[in-house]
Ligand binder design. Structure first.
Ligand code: F6P
Length: 366
């Protein structure tokens, strides 16, 4: 089938590199004479039929731009639509047939969806309803098993590492314990890699349950050796041995009902009261998702976008562009959502961190 017109959307949380993917898809498509509609605010644009016509001018100068020119949403799920005037959090409505109708009415031959786990799930649901979709994996969390790296992760890692570098100076000058809270949801990739890259002393990740006493003893031991400060890097999803996580709030009706957050403040109070050492929490939050993408993310995003359009041209619908061993390839979206990628507590990275003297706050590991 000749492809004449495609749609593109960016869904879920924003991250550096989204615009670079939109640019790469669009440039590749426009060079083939394919018309491109950019749906606004993720799947919400498909439900409401809100889009822009993408021209060469639309995507000019956006390679280095953070965020997404199309807008995004992590609450607009067409299968459980909670937004007015169609639905509410109490009464979610299935608006998938409206989205399908809009897809057909606009004469689209394919849709490229750029998003994380939630977006991939919705994309797969639409694939099962017959919508020809190709997906591109996005998330700063890097928690998709079907690709070696998602775009956005490298930029988040660079931001977190720079923050740890900067926090070292206050920790040193004031002889404090600084606790840095990173994002990452249920995977510890940002925390682990930034702690290794930034020279953190303790790193707490969801994959390795921590124990308060192990953390306290490690800090006191450092002090007894003349180290007057410590840096703790805590993933927002880190769990203690009782399985407790810090939850900032819950949001009914959202595709992401549990908002993690608060572990750094909790640890800061615990560490200060148990060690007597002044402690401070620093929550990096959305700074990790903001600003211009790193060179690596611009490069990776461009490869992802170009590949996604290639998959459309090959008629490989129901597939996701994937990055394996520094080459672009593809996997089915169904396979991509089957399993999350999490840090292996017995893997090479954890072993290396331990070998340079880092602690995971656990008596079992180390
Ligand atoms: O999945 C990306 C992510 O930034 C997570 O690391 C974080 O838990 C979540 O999204 C935050 O979402 P929101 O922008 O809705 O607060």
């Amino acid at each position: 089938m000749a492809i004449k017109k495609i749609g593109i959307l960016t869904a879920g949380g924003d991250c550096p590199g989204l615009n670079a993917v939109v640019r790469a898809v669009s440039k590749n498509a426009l060079s083939h004479g394919i018309e491109v509609l950019g749906f606004k605010n993720g799947f919400d644009g498909l439900v409401r039929n809100e889009f822009i016509h993408i021209t060469p001018q639309t995507v000019s100068g956006i390679l280095t731009l953070g965020g997404t020119i199309l807008g995004s949403s992590n609450i607009a799920n067409p299968f459980k639509y909670t937004l007015p005037p169609f639905g509410t959090p109490e009464n979610p409505r299935n608006m998938s047939s409206v989205a399908l109708h809009n897809f057909k009415e606009n004469g689209l031959d394919a849709l490229i969806t750029i998003g994380g786990d939630g977006t991939l799930h919705m994309s797969q649901q639409f694939v099962e309803l017959g919508m020809p979709i190709v997906a591109v994996p996005k998330t700063i969390d890097n928690d998709l098993s079907a690709t070696d790296q998602t775009f956005g992760f490298d930029s988040a890692l660079a931001i977190a590492t720079e923050a740890i570098d900067r926090l070292h100076t206050t920790a040193q000058s004031h002889h404090r314990v600084m606790i840095v809270e990173t994002m990452g949801r249920y995977a510890g990739w940002i925390a682990l890699r930034s702690a290794i890259a930034g020279g953190g002393d303790i790193v707490l990740i969801p994959e390795i349950p921590y124990n308060d006493d192990v953390i306290v003893n490690y800090i006191l031991n450092r002090k007894s050796k003349g180290k007057t400060f410590s840096i703790v890097v805590a993933a927002e999803g880190a769990k203690n041995e009782q399985g407790e996580q810090a939850v900032a709030r819950t949001v009914a009706g959202s595709t992401d009902a549990i908002r993690l957050g608060g572990i750094a403040n909790k640890l800061s109070d615990m560490i200060e009261s148990k060690t007597g050492i002044e402690s401070r929490a620093c929550v990096l939050g959305h700074t990790q998702r903001g600003g211009t993408p790193t060179a690596f993310d611009r490069w990776l995003s461009t490869l992802y976008g170009a590949k996604a359009l290639d998959l459309v041209l090959e008629g490989k619908f129901g597939y996701m562009a994937s990055f394996r061993q520094f080459k672009m390839t593809e996997v089915t979206i169904a396979d991509a959502i089957a399993k999350l990628k999490r840090v292996d507590p017995n893997g090479e990275e954890v072993k290396s961190a331990l070998e340079v003297g880092m602690s995971f706050g656990s008596a079992q590991i180390g």
